[in-house]
Design a protein around this ligand. Structure first.
Ligand code: NDP
Length: 295
């Protein structure tokens, strides 16, 4: 790729606006579905315990469902619930025909086995895209439900017509909910993908090669301007709450702004996309449930 020098400020990708657009599109599509088939998309949410951050996330998700005209069923289970109690709630939602998507708010209390609980969700209702079946389908390039944050990132790139094919994408962070699925999505879109983590050597040398650099680490401002190539597209997934209450990303925004071609802010970048894509996945699950092969 030709070297370009960017002396102008980066374009700030407005995730809040793009998420609003997607939520409006989902709402309109859900209305059409309801008029045509009598089916409203339904989301079942399970919260175990009373973690304040989880409660806030859940409230946002429920409000988003209401705005989109979805049905939502909520189960709040006590913190000391047994695994069997959580599994029984999942089974109830698996068999509830009015529910097309199931979401278990993470993290779960430590005594519960998260993998067992995620695997109990019917894959066609796994709108978070965390079930091994859905991760496997992503691996084969034929995804069914995809994790919300990674597909939200692809939407941000696509809606700015940022090319992915043939470009060097570097992801810092290899979690199962962000880094790894995002790597597969970008690979499926023909990027050349590098994944970095705590054992990666010479991190700045690698990040400087990126046409598209994604930080999903959870370390405030760890990506400084000298780790970024001129004109790179920089996507900041990190959400770090500081002692004074401010939210800070993994990227040193003000200095990288002067070097990148596009950049996402925190807040207002990737964050709002996650809920928008959860709605899109739930709508998709409702549509699929009406097809004869996906009862
Ligand atoms: P995890 O803690 O699960 O993973 C963090 C990853 O970063 C790990 O792979 C870890 O490497 C890597 N890492 C940590 N420190 C370094 C370092 N110094 N150098 C290189 N790699 C490092 O986090 P998540 O993926 O769940 O989340 C990452 C961030 O994104 C968090 O701030 C989270 O709040 C945010 N987030 C935002 C979402 C949104 O909607 N915007 C959704 C989900 C997450 P190793 O594997 O070696 O430990």
């Amino acid at each position: 790729m030709e070297e370009e020098f960017y002396c102008a400020m980066a374009v700030i990708i407005d995730g809040k606006k793009i998420a609003q657009d997607i939520r409006q599109e989902v709402k309109e599509e859900a209305t059409r579905l309801r008029v045509k088939t009598g089916t409203a998309p339904g989301l079942g949410v399970i919260l175990v315990g009373d973690d304040p951050a989880s409660k806030i996330y859940l409230r946002h998700k429920e409000n988003a469902c209401k705005d989109a005209g979805f049905l939502s069923r909520e189960f709040r289970l006590p913190r000391d619930s047994s695994e069997n109690e959580v599994l029984a709630t999942i089974q109830e939602l698996n068999h509830d025909e009015s529910i097309h998507g199931i979401l278990v708010q993470l993290p779960l209390p430590r005594h519960l086995n998260t993998a067992n609980i995620i695997e109990a969700i019917a894959p066609q209702k796994d709108v978070d895209g965390f079930h091994p079946y859905n991760l496997g389908r992503l691996f084969t390039g034929n995804p069914y439900h995809m994790a919300c944050t990674p597909i939200g990132i692809l939407e941000l790139l696509d809606r700015h017509a940022i090319a992915i094919e043939g470009r060097d994408a570097v992801i810092v962070g290899r979690s199962t909910i962000v880094g790894k699925p995002l790597a597969l999505l970008l690979l499926n879109r023909h990027a050349t993908v590098t994944i970095c983590h705590t054992r990666t050597r010479h991190l700045p040398e690698i990040t400087k090669r990126a046409d598209i650099l994604i930080a999903a680490v959870g370390k405030p401002e760890m990506i400084s301007a000298d780790m970024v190539r001129d004109g790179a597209v920089v996507i900041d997934v990190g959400i770090n709450r500081m002692e004074d209450g401010r939210l800070i990303g993994d990227v040193a925004f003000s200095e990288v702004l002067e070097k990148a071609s596009y950049i996402t802010p925190v807040p207002g970048g990737v964050g709002p996309m996650t809920i928008a894509m959860l709605l899109a996945n739930t709508l998709n699950a409702a549509v699929l449930s009406l097809e004869p092969l996906n009862p």
